[in-house]
Design a protein around this ligand. Structure first.
Ligand code: NAP
Ligand code: ZN
Length: 349
């Protein structure tokens, strides 16, 4: 048994407490990772607060993990001790269904295993990256390219891939007009990635407070959605809208901003259902879609793309004692643009 220090919540209100968790002994294909940094994703908060359903406490969140391999199982072929690696939102899948064969393990027909709050193939409750060590089967471990430091690598494992995948699927490229709704963790990565893919990028944020930042990240235009004029001015003007908002918004109003045949893809996962006025779809043959993270192969492709294009998230590194405060700031849309926990502070009182 491997023991790790971790931070867990014991109720929806928190707060985080220092605890110890057990990681399984290495199976032949497992690697043991010493975690160096873990990103704070809004999904951690949704999960812990029960937005998506009942929670098994104590819960150790964290699915944006970057660290170093410190031990490998007897049959591991892809990694050796010392490798710089990452783990995202999944730690396993069946490996046998059509979607796994296609490399889309996130849509595993038998259900992928989440990095936390899931039951793994050993019958154990998974616990995430707000901890010092994790054991993961090698097929779900990503290689972090040399050009990317571990602190900025962490958010790529969820915020990066969750925005990269739909941008690729709906073919972000020069000539495409793309809007990103919400300039938080996912949103700021969507802006950087869509810009690097050559698209014309517009940010739709609640206010103009972050306009200068947004333009600096690569956006061509920036509008406040609190201003009703925005919806009049931009009607019918986007090929793709990526909605990263963590709360319920008037989705029909945003659909009206799509051009004919345009798609609005929701990656934001609010607790409440979104309602759609079908006329906002029918009138211009528009689509309303969703997308969940990305497969392992595509996640590696995204990491390599970021290294090649020198793309990294904007981060604020925090200590383990600051997680509660950071969560409150995320909930208040006061994050620029991802909190990343320095795991070396995990044991601090
Ligand atoms: P985040 O950093 O909190 O960003 C969300 C942004 O949405 C905020 O910065 C804010 O942007 C905007 N926003 C928040 N509340 C709003 C409201 N009431 N009305 C309008 N806009 C609002 O969160 P994140 O970590 O990027 O995650 C975003 C969402 O994606 C979450 O629901 C998360 O669970 C989900 N997610 C989904 C996947 C997937 O696979 N589909 C993966 C990861 C995360 P402005 O200040 O610019 O308005
Ligand atoms: Zn996430």
């Amino acid at each position: 048994m491997i023991i790790a220090d971790a931070r867990a919540v014991y109720s929806p209100e928190g707060p985080f407490k220092l605890t110890i968790i057990e990681r399984r002994d290495l199976e032949p294909h497992d690697v043991l990772i010493e975690i160096k940094y873990a990103g704070v994703c809004h999904s951690d908060i949704h999960t812990a607060r029960g937005d998506w359903g009942p929670v098994n406490y104590p819960l150790v969140p964290g699915h944006e993990i970057a660290g170093i391999v410190i031990r490998v199982g007897s049959e591991v072929t892809k990694f050796t001790v010392g490798d710089r690696v990452g783990v995202g939102c999944m730690v396993d899948s069946c490996g046998e269904c059509d979607n796994c064969h296609k490399g889309e393990e996130q849509y595993c027909l038998n259900g992928m295993t989440g990095t936390y709050a899931a039951i793994d193939r050993y019958g154990q409750f998974t616990q995430g990256g707000y901890s010092t060590h994790i054991v993961v089967t090698e097929d779900f471990v990503l290689r972090i390219p040399d050009g990317i430091e571990l602190d900025v690598a962490a958010p790529l494992l969820c915020a990066g891939i969750t925005t990269y995948s739909p941008l690729r699927h709906w073919e972000a490229a020069p000539g495409k007009r793309i809007a990103v709704v919400g300039l938080g963790g996912l949103g700021h990565m969507a802006v950087k990635l869509a810009h690097a893919m050559g698209a014309e990028v517009t940010v739709l944020s609640q206010t103009l407070k972050k306009k200068e930042d947004g333009l600096g990240l690569g956006a061509d235009h920036y509008y406040a959605t609190s201003d009703p004029e925005t919806f009049k001015q931009l009607a019918g003007s986007f090929d793709l809208i990526v909605n990263t908002v963590s709360a319920k918004i008037d989705i029909s109003a945003y659909l009206s901003l799509l051009a004919t045949d345009g798609t609005l893809v929701n990656v934001g996962a609010p607790a409440e259902p979104l309602s759609v006025n079908v006329f906002s779809l029918i009138l211009d043959r528009r689509s309303f879609a969703g997308s969940m993270i990305g497969g392992i192969r595509e996640t590696q492709e995204m990491l390599d793309f970021c290294a090649e294009h020198r793309i990294a998230p904007e981060i604020e590194v925090i200590s383990a004692n600051q997680i509660d405060e950071a969560w409150e700031r995320v909930l208040a849309s006061d994050v620029r643009y991802r909190f990343v926990i320095d795991i070396s502070t995990m044991g601090n009182e």
